[in-house]
Design a protein around this ligand. Sequence first.
Ligand code: GLN
Ligand code: ZN
Length: 852
Amino acid sequence: MTDTTAPDSPRPDFPHATALGYPRIGRRRELKRALESYWAGTTTADDLERTSRELRLATVRRLVELGLDPGTGAVPNSFSRYDQVLDVTATLGAIPARFGHLAASSAAESVAGASTGDRAGLAPTGSATGISTEAYFALARGTADQPPLELTKWFDTNYHYLVPEIGPETPIGFADDRIVREFTEAARPSDGGTPVVTRPVVVGPVTYLLLSKPEDGAPEDFSPLSRLDDVVAAYRELLAALAAAGAPWVQLDEPALVSDLIGVPFDGPTGPGQDRNEPESAPRTVSDAVRRAYATLTAPEAGAGRPQILVAAPFGDLRRESGDRLELLAGTDVEAIALDLVRGTAPSSRPAVQDAADGGPGNAARGAGLAVPGLASKTLVAGVIDGHNIWRADLAARLDLLESLRGTGAGAIAVGTSTSLLHVPHDVADEPRLDPALAGWLAFADQKVGEVVTLARGLREGRAAVEPQLAEATAAVTGRADAAGVVVPAVRDRLARLSDGDFARAPYADRAAAQRTRLDLPPLPTTTIGSFPQTTEIRTTRAAWTRGDLTDADYEARIREEIARVVALQEELGLDVLVHGEPERNDMVQYFAERLAGFATTVHGWVQSYGSRCVRPPILWGDVSRPEPITVPWATYAASLTEKPVKGMLTGPVTILAWSFVRDDQPLADTANQVALALRDEVADLETAGIAIVQVDEAALRELLPLDAAAQPAYLDWSVRSFRLTTSGAAPSTQIHTHLCYSEFGDIVGAIDDLDADVTSVEAARSRMEIVPGLASAGYARGIGPGVWDIHSPRVPSDGQVSDLLKLAVAEIDPRLVWVNPDCGLKTRGYEETTASLTNLVAAAREVRASL
Ligand code: GLN
Ligand code: ZN
């Protein structure tokens, strides 16, 4: 690799190979157990710190074992006890005023006035400077009188971060040096193990503020971005402390640069440079904020006192038709930039790395001419290994891509992952139950680090040096393409024969009339979203059956018993449309994945969702079909117990895709339609069995919305079509419901209308029906069930509170369209609050009904 730094500079080059981050929950979810026992009070804060230190050291040493350089900052130091955004909040001491008492108590623990030098001089395991463990977790989990910081999705992943609350007066400084301590802990380990010079990974200052929300009570026009200078000043202190501790590199993650969903324009009407003329004003655009932040962080007087900076922009394409964001970063004085070369510009397009390999259009191909001003003095960390999905890469093709990048403009090329590996499980070797062929097609975090190391070696020493690894990877990719089940002609033929008629139902007016006759429901019909509380008994029963400790017959008898109980309860409560309660489902996606051909599930494939919560996404590897009916026996059993209509309950194709690892060898649209056809058969079988209402949940429709605005229309088109393909075979008299699980969909109201469901339920209790006027003014004129009970808390709403919400709804929208239901499913609730809340819900519906 060529030297990119000035000839007289003693500063070390960026390492040849790296990953942008690594899973932190532990191979056997050690962190989860440590956290949960600490929260339960059975272990202490010191125990938690000890376990997490062991985990951190084991992780950095594992990364060295896998081939990352131990001495140059190649190993990412990306641990977090809970969340990387919360870690910045803690580092800055940015504790919202509503947690004021915590600020006071944590200040007592900090070493007031400690200079940067003192901090850097901490002993290896350090005397803690900063906010207390108690305060940290109070922000994450709430206190007796304060709800926690809000959880929100991290870009287009299924990870959730804690939203900072920033106001004009929020304290912001360099308040906690944990990041420095965790660097030192690995570099000068107290356990006598191998020292590793890591690269601290920190959410960048611009992304941090763009993800923040104004603190409650902040002035109407306050923008967290106006605190940029304070935040950057604190980062400068952090960087100085890291430099003093010996860190050669630091990674600042700025994924906000690739997102059009953050509410701040990338470039303002006044164009670039505005802030240079108005240094006092707050930045109004992302590009202004980036220029300003990185000018300060790299200002010469800071030069000696900081590590070299890698800015990473994962999750998307920096080279947009709407503006070249790479040019913006290249114009700063940071030493290295990490590009995500895996993401195409639309989820429906093939991955850019493949397009580039085929010579097609893709960001990598467009990026091949990297004649971007400023880039010649920087290292480009080429993210060619997918950190977001689990497929083994075609290494020969990726090496071609890397070679094509060399000499096109960047000062040097290093090899990296496209994103942090946080979003994939640890190790394929931990999955003894996977079909060996399938296992051979997969790369989890450890395998991906190996891929990066191989590519870096190939790039440096020539292809011959890694020929066996390339050949093995090519064989795996070819083997996968040819394997039985990957392409199933019957599935392909059925897809090819689809015509527009397969995506459309009869006009709504005709359907509404037929459904009125068939269902004969009262105005403001009451129903639930599907699941009833999952008691310990139900979970134990399912687990025993999965283990083989319970016969199929016994299992079925117990589930039937539960369904009968739930149906009887709903009749007693007086609900109008009943459900079977979903006791047989572990998870709304996994349940279907386990019963459809084309999917596999893992044993240890856990991925952090938030805090200690992990999910095990199924792997969608082949063409999808339905070997036999999935939900029909349970739904028909429930229906046989009552005169009232029982809703059939399915998870929609987009949600199934969103919460699985999905094959990357064909457009997502095709995969979605395969799932849709399997579900369409299920809808037909439910109809044949006499079920009059079928609900198809699309909890993740908004979640998959591309970060790149230019890619959104194509996404909305295929996602809506897959829903319609699922449901449009239904007769006019069959009522199709959908449940969307969230209410922030101002930007996709049109798409929701295009789903053409007869009834749509959404979350609305917390926002006090805010969604309803928006829907009404957008012309939505089919059934709507805005949630009247916030099921996220055990609080029981009174009938007065429910009827107030209902009155808000019927004032805005034709009362004949309004349904009465909770915000979401009840599986996490207990029976006590469920019974009380549903009693009030039914009473409120009756009251408002009477007043119509
Ligand atoms: N039908 C599902 C349930 O009630 C819906 C869950 C969801 O929206 N997340 O549990
Ligand atoms: Zn929901």
